[in-house]
Design a protein around this ligand. Structure first.
Ligand SMILES: Cc1cc2nc3c(=O)[nH]c(=O)nc-3n(C[C@H](O)[C@H](O)[C@H](O)COP(=O)(O)O)c2cc1C
Length: 204
């Protein structure tokens, strides 16, 4: 069965533009893949610690030598890696905060880039044969021709990280200018409709 992993990061619930983009994507996905399974990983509902000394100690200890405490330290990371490995398509829906991804999403990245699991000891990505879609909401517009194009760090970073673990078939749907919705200049439905063709293509 085809599996879709959806990683959500916005704290804004129903008001979130990236979450509304995800809703559209998942609806399109279910139409094209009626027998698929959707796994939701909501980082706002995941107690995601930053990297700590005990976590690093566990990471750099061979698995066969792990103490119960080390297994505990890596449990969530193992789970997050397992979700990626089991998925055929990964959607990352995120706001842009201060020109980059939110800290919660960076914490997720630090848990899923794991030597021997998603990253080979020779530096090659081990998560091959999968697709990813990045649904990104930002107040500014960073697409081709924008005067602030050079500030499009979040997109570049996610492409880089996905590539590092082996996912090179990446589609980015840029929901730029999303502040128009928050300022009441555009409806949520109108905004989502403007990115719908790209979302539909990504879900096909
Ligand atoms: C703390 C914070 C920082 C932000 N920084 C940026 C930024 O650097 N560039 C930008 O284009 N938009 C920025 N925004 C606007 C958000 O990207 C925009 O509101 C987006 O719709 C948020 O995603 P969401 O609607 O899914 O929550 C920022 C918003 C907040 C709350």
């Amino acid at each position: 069965m085809t599996k879709l992993l959806v990683v959500e990061t916005s704290p804004r619930g129903g008001h979130s533009i990236s979450r509304n983009m995800t809703r559209r994507f998942v609806a399109d996905w279910r139409t094209v893949h009626p027998a698929s399974e959707v796994i939701e990983r909501d980082l706002m509902e995941t107690d995601l610690p930053f990297v700590t000394a005990p976590w690093l100690q566990a990471y750099f200890t061979p698995p066969e030598e792990h103490s119960p405490e080390m297994k505990d330290a890596l449990r969530l990371s193992d789970e997050l890696v397992g979700e990626i490995i089991s998925a055929d398509h990964i959607v990352i829906a995120t706001p842009v905060y201060n020109y980059n991804i939110p800290a919660a999403l960076k914490a997720w990245v630090d848990h899923i880039v794991r030597k021997g699991m998603t990253l080979g000891f020779d530096g090659s990505g081990l998560v091959t044969g999968k697709k990813a879609t990045v649904l990104i909401a930002s107040g500014g517009v960073y697409t081709e021709g924008s005067p602030i194009r050079d500030r499009d760090i979040a997109t570049q970073y996610l492409r880089l990280i996905l590539g590092v673990i082996g996912i090179t078939d990446v589609t980015v749907v840029a929901g730029g200018g999303a502040k128009a919705v928050d300022m009441g200049e555009q409806t949520m439905d109108g905004f989502i409709a403007s990115v719908e063709p790209e979302i539909e293509r990504a879900a096909a």
